[in-house]
Design a protein around this ligand. Structure first.
Ligand SMILES: [Zn+2]
Length: 311
């Protein structure tokens, strides 16, 4: 499988958010990508400038960051052509890699706007290099800038940041510094396209964790009562693992648990709730082999919750 490290630049409504197109608040104006083989060597690159169809003037804040002008973009192609070229360039078997969790979603939102989202069939698994950098070199909850990571790893900076192809190259270089066990243990799953029926629910296995995405429920409490949502199966042998710390939530957003498989040890569980259509929610559950660091984080969240209750 190839790794496709990509970066997008996008524009927004130049006359303020209130005049923005609800279906396309951010219009992609540049795609840059590099493809890497399994040994994380760069084998090819891709670049397209995109001629905007929705917002015909570059928002000042976007111009300040990217230094791109509307004139530069007139030489570009329209988005559907660029996206089709990009997806066919990705090849048959690939995994997206991006800095942060926004680009994978934005690419799909733009493709949905033009009716070509079927070119990216769900579930969309990707590597969030910003998150992996935090796990590998920093506090897991920190989110640093690409420039910070580049400086930290003493990566040479010949090009400027905030242009799609340069940022894709920098992200690829950061990725090549991440130990494999982190890419195995902490893959990301994008849920812009999420299951609507029980039969469409996602069950995905990775080398050191499993991910599950539920159908929609009317509330978190209803979802937590569902047996599949609250189950804690061992990611290695699939047997039911006994919960040693029951599901709890410190903030109402994410639920945590610890369970134990007699054969494979401690398993860290997390359930993150996301907004579905209308008033519904759906659950994204991760069950993974728990390191001491993971267990410490979960226990400190539980202690924090207890302290808050006692106050
Ligand atoms: Zn097991």
């Amino acid at each position: 499988m190839d790794y496709v490290v990509f970066d997008l630049e996008w524009n927004q409504c130049p006359d303020g958010r209130q005049n923005s197109n609800q279906r396309l608040p951010f219009e992609i104006i540049e795609i840059g990508a590099v493809r890497m083989n399994e040994q994380l060597q760069v084998t090819d690159s891709f670049h397209r400038l995109i001629r905007p169809q929705v917002y015909k003037w570059i928002h000042n804040s976007i111009h300040d960051v990217t230094h791109m002008d509307i004139k530069d973009l007139q030489e570009g192609v329209i988005f559907p052509a660029a996206a089709r070229d990009f997806i066919s360039w990705c090849g048959k078997e690939y995994r997206f890699c991006t800095w942060g969790d926004q680009d994978v979603m934005e690419l799909q939102r733009n493709m949905k706007y033009y009716g070509i989202l079927r070119l990216i069939p769900p579930p969309v698994v990707y590597l969030d290099v910003q998150k992996l950098f935090a796990y590998c070199y920093d506090n897991p909850e920190n989110r640093r800038s690409l420039e910070y990571a580049t400086d930290f790893l003493k990566i040479e900076k010949q090009e400027d940041f905030h242009r799609a192809l340069n940022d894709a190259h920098f992200t690829a270089r950061v990725l090549s510094h991440i130990e494999t066990r982190y890419t195995h243990q902490y893959p990301s799953l994008d849920t812009f396209q999420h299951p609507l029926d029980k039969t469409d629910e996602y069950h995905i296995s990775f080398p050191a964790c499993t991910k599950y995405v539920s159908r929609e429920f009317s509330s978190k409490e209803k979802a937590m009562k569902d047996r599949e949502v609250s189950s804690t199966r061992c990611p290695y042998c699939r047997k039911n693992a006994r919960r040693t710390l029951r599901w709890f939530t410190p903030n109402g957003k994410v639920y945590y648990s610890v369970s134990n498989c007699p054969e494979h040890g401690d398993i860290a569980g997390s359930i993150r709730f996301r907004k579905g259509e209308g008033e519904t929610v759906f659950a994204e559950k991760t069950l993974g082999n728990a390191t001491e660091k993971d267990l410490d984080i979960i226990r400190s969240k539980r202690d924090q919750k207890r302290m808050n209750k006692e106050k």
